[in-house]
Design a binder for this molecule. Sequence first.
Ligand SMILES: C[S@@+](CC[C@H](N)C(=O)[O-])C[C@H]1O[C@@H](n2cnc3c(N)ncnc32)[C@H](O)[C@@H]1O
Length: 197
Amino acid sequence: MNKVEDPSGGNPIDQEFAEIFSKYLPQDLKMRDTIKVLSVGCGFAYEATGLLDVLPQADYRGIDTDKLQIEAAVKRHQGLSSGRFRAEVADIFQTNSLGEDNDLIIIRNPAFTANRSTREIQTSWTEVIINCTQALKIGGYIFLTSTNKAELEHTMAIINQDNGIQIINGITHNDIRQSGEGMPFKDDYIAVGLRLV
Ligand SMILES: C[S@@+](CC[C@H](N)C(=O)[O-])C[C@H]1O[C@@H](n2cnc3c(N)ncnc32)[C@H](O)[C@@H]1O
């Protein structure tokens, strides 16, 4: 049986995400009466508690293809009311998994594309962004953080092309942080915010 790691104390990446998210949270999103949040490839959904603290009117739904992580995520957040937190086994490449009219889609440390060729990375990553864009409402946001430079470069390439995806750099922020002592990774950490118009 696979062993699922679920460290309960959080880690510096989660802290970093919470800080960046709070800092760059768009005001118009914060002011909405209801906020439908989707986290794709949510894993253990570590970000949910902090996000729901910052956005008390939000409903969070996380999806991931890994059943064990989803089960652990549900267990981890069982103190939250069921309306506010859901986590389900679903595949981002199945577009009906994403729902519709999301106000905010979180793509956090994705690395969906590991072990694939550059051409495949480009194709599949473009598909991820397009699928997410189509699951947003107008004025909805994608908030992406990654340490994977290929994913970020392809994201910026998609944004910079006039290919009908209609994403603008509404809250774009490139936050390149040198990892400090004790950080569990060595790469730069970059956050990108996109707004669908
Ligand atoms: C690097 S982990 C990030 C997990 C979490 N977002 C975090 O930051 O802690 C990438 C996650 O994407 C999930 N994943 C990979 N392919 C997926 C797919 N096609 N649909 C949904 N989730 C997927 C994996 O199971 C894994 O949990």
